[in-house]
Design a protein around this ligand. Structure first.
Ligand SMILES: *Cc1c(COP(=O)(O)O)cnc(C)c1O
Length: 512
């Protein structure tokens, strides 16, 4: 026991330090005491020297803190919640390249199983071994849409060539409400996109108008199961019937591609009787985003073809340089295997019943939110309830106010909610709307919080006069401009002579 302590002299401390007893320099400060915290993070040039992993980690983490909170991002369909076990599987498989089938045959096998399950979910014909359905994983629906459009175009070209007919002017018919992936597909693949305009009475594709646009140069008709703008399911069955008649009359063979990016994992569980898939004779291919209601994190989609005759062989590459023969139909080559593995996890973890429970909860929540919004007396609901469309609520102000949908979105953003305001396609560009996508992690209690916040935003806006609202707009615009400036500092944006300034005045949060 020591009851008396000595105050050690500086001389003795210096001596012990030189003997190596104290190493004051080897104790680290926190990263905020290092020089990196007092310098700007490298932006344009790769730094000359290394930095410690802990510092790099912290700097980036802090930078990302300004991102929105994914759970409050009601703009997106894309999954923001997965179970710990799924995340663990993904982390354990992050180092696997999906394309290395030979080295990772089990990962490839899980992909095969997913294709099987999804093809059956979409009622692909299963009775003829010579015409088995086939499919592949993709990075998302956009890649799947490019591949499917390419397949339709090639099939059309081959059949036209065989008849000695021109292959100069292929076209595809789609609604003006289609997702941007379709605009990309037609531009990249040099196809004329024939768009059916939406009207105030019908915010999605009219089957008759669509089929009226079909001619001998039509490679296919795209129907959307879950319109991006309002969640409506397009009437694939009506399109199918009309197209059957038209093809019969003219001796054509025009197929339907269903863009089920969002609805592919919803409709089969909520409205199983709805015929939109391979049960319909002219549906030749379907895409679905695994990372939307397939409940997997961003990075996986699926393309499924009814049978090999819809996927011309010359589009499929057989390669052997990874150790075995393998067929490949993808735009990219390497990609992570973790997302495919995670998709398989979700499919077997939930099973049909699990999906059904989740999707019907989401449908109920969307209906509840629609009721709450209607009850404010301010809104008109534009989306379908009761599971007849995607679990989302698209709505707009029912009468003109001195504020608009964008003002509401901005106010909600201040609370943390990301609710996009946007305008309808083409002819209906004057029509502004708001959209809340109900995703797996948007529980009833979160829905209540949102509904209450919408009410309080309306109260505030009702109290403000036009001038103060205008002032808020320009203030918000400045913040937006500063964020955009930073974001765009290293993105080349070519000047667009056609652009008006609508976007600058009304900074909307992108919908996807
Ligand atoms: C999201 C979406 C797409 C694009 O899908 P990604 O998986 O994001 O590439 C295409 N079409 C529709 C209808 C969508 O909702």
């Amino acid at each position: 026991m020591v009851f008396l302590s000595t105050a050690i002299s500086d001389a003795r401390i210096t001596e012990s330090a030189s003997n190596g007893e104290f190493h004051p320099d080897t104790v680290n400060t926190t990263i905020y005491g290092t020089r990196w915290a007092s310098e700007d993070i490298p932006r344009y040039d790769m730094p000359e020297d290394e930095m410690p992993a802990t510092v790099a980690y912290r700097l980036i983490k802090d930078d990302l803190a300004l991102d929105g909170n994914p759970a409050l991002n009601l703009a997106t369909f894309v999954t923001t919640y997965m179970e710990d076990e799924a995340e663990k599987l993904m982390a354990e498989n992050l180092s696997k390249n999906f394309i290395d089938y030979e080295e990772y045959p089990q990962s490839a096998e899980l992909c095969n199983r997913c294709v099987n399950m999804i093809a059956r979910l979409f009622n692909a014909p299963m009775d003829n071994p010579c015409f088995e359905s086939l499919g592949c994983s993709t990075v998302g629906s956009s890649e799947a849409i490019i591949l499917a459009t390419l397949a339709m175009k090639r099939k059309w070209q081959l059949s036209r060539k065989a008849k000695g007919l021109s292959t100069e002017n292929p076209n595809i018919v789609m609604g003006a409400n289609c997702q941007v992936a379709w605009h990309k597909a037609v531009r990249y693949l040099e196809i004329e996109g024939r768009e059916v305009e939406c009207t105030a009475d019908l915010l999605y594709m009219d089957p008759q108008k669509a089929v009226d646009l079909v001619d001998e140069n039509t490679i296919g008709v795209c129907a959307i199961l879950g319109s991006t703008y309002t969640g409506h399911y397009e009437d694939v069955k009506a399109i199918n019937t009309l197209l059957e008649e038209k093809c019969e009359e003219n001796g054509w063979d025009v197929g339907i591609h269903v863009d089920a990016a969002s609805g592919g994992f919803v409709a089969p569980f909520v409205v199983p009787e709805l015929e939109w898939d391979f049960r319909l004779s002219r549906v030749v291919s379907i895409n679905v985003s695994g990372h939307k209601y397939g409940l997997t994190y961003a990075g996986v989609g699926w393309a499924i073809w009814r049978s090999p005759e819809y996927l011309p062989k010359d589009l499929i590459f057989n390669i052997n340089y990874l150790g075995s023969d393998q067929a490949s139909f993808t735009v990219n080559f390497s990609k992570g295997a973790a997302h495919v593995i995670a998709q398989y996890y979700v499919l077997i973890r939930l099973g049909r019943r699990g999906f059904q429970k989740i999707m019907s909860n989401l449908t109920d929540t969307a209906d509840h939110l629609a009721e709450r919004l209607k009850a404010t007396g301010h809104f008109e609901i534009l989306s379908e309830g009761g599971g007849r469309g995607l679990p989302l609520v698209a709505f707009r102000l029912s009468t003109p106010h001195h504020y608009d949908e964008f003002d509401i979105a901005r106010r909600l953003r201040q609370r943390g909610w990301i609710v996009p305001a946007y305008t309808m396609a083409h002819e209906l560009e004057h029509m502004k709307l708001l959209r809340v996508v109900v995703r797996e992690d948007f529980s009833r209690s979160r829905c209540e919080l949102l509904a209450r916040d919408v009410v309080s935003v309306l109260k505030t806006l009702d109290l403000l006069d036009e001038k103060s609202i205008e002032a808020h707009r320009s203030a918000a615009n400045e913040v937006h401009q500063s964020a955009v400036h930073q974001r765009h500092s290293s993105i080349y944006l070519p000047p667009n002579p056609d652009s008006d300034d609508a976007d600058e005045v009304n900074p909307s949060f992108g919908i996807c």
